[in-house]
Design a protein around this ligand. Structure first.
Ligand SMILES: [Cu+2]
Length: 224
């Protein structure tokens, strides 16, 4: 009796091992198990009292070798992102874009605004200050990674941030702080969370083929 049971168990194990081997061997050829993912939560040790603070205005992004060449980069470069001005507010307040992507600035109000950009990293990209009549649009491209502050000199409450990122692997958190990055080539990278009120928090991450790496990030020290 016991012998038969062991035999059955042995057979099942062999079949399972065979299946796993097949999946592992043919996975790349079948077009799956080649990439992995990262998922986690963005949390704040404290909330700044500034009324323009929004926890969802954070950006999580990945840096490291090989990411800029990963599939999807070309499509991201062709995508045009819109930074609008509605009711004396930049919409969205935080705009992540990939290097080389077009950013369209639009004045959706019926009053004059201007677009004044301030580089985080001086010299990375060409900065500008342009007045903008109601209804007008213009496009700009940023060629190097940076965090650029955008202001309107006529209305001091108008502030936005364009985060120029080196690759497509970035996300903004949902209301509950959760985020996820999919289709990441296996490798070791740095995962950074950025928020205008906190600056950056970075952790190393390892992504394995077919796996989801858990990475939670906490903003603890607000900028002065
Ligand atoms: Cu304005």
């Amino acid at each position: 009796m016991t012998g038969i049971r062991y035999k059955t168990l042995g057979c099942l194990t062999a079949v399972l091992a065979g299946l796993l081997f097949l999946v592992a061997a043919r996975g790349p050829e079948l077009g799956f198990r080649q990439t992995g993912g990262i998922a986690g939560r963005i949390t704040y040790a404290m909330f700044p009292s500034d009324e323009s603070f929004e926890p969802t205005d954070a950006v999580v992004y990945l840096t490291g070798e090989g990411l800029a060449e990963a599939p999807g980069v070309a499509q991201a470069e062709r995508r045009v992102s819109l930074l609008d001005q509605i009711d004396y507010t930049f919409v969205p307040r935080v705009l992540p874009v990939v290097v080389g992507a077009e950013v369209r600035f639009r004045n959706g109000d019926s009053e004059l605004h201007n677009i004044h950009t301030f580089a985080g990293d001086r010299g990375a990209n060409r900065m500008f200050n342009r007045s903008q009549l109601p209804g007008l649009t213009f496009t700009e491209t940023f060629e190097r990674p940076d965090s650029i502050q955008v202001r309107c000199d006529l209305h001091s409450q108008m502030i936005a941030h364009i985060l120029v990122l080196p690759n497509v692997f970035h996300a903004m958190p949902a209301e509950d702080g959760s985020y996820s990055l999919a289709g990441v080539p296996p490798g070791t990278y740095e995962l950074t969370a950025w928020h205008e009120f906190f600056g950056r928090v970075t952790v190393p991450v390892e992504v394995a083929s077919g796996g989801i790496t858990r990475a939670d990030l906490t903003f603890s020290d607000p900028l002065e």
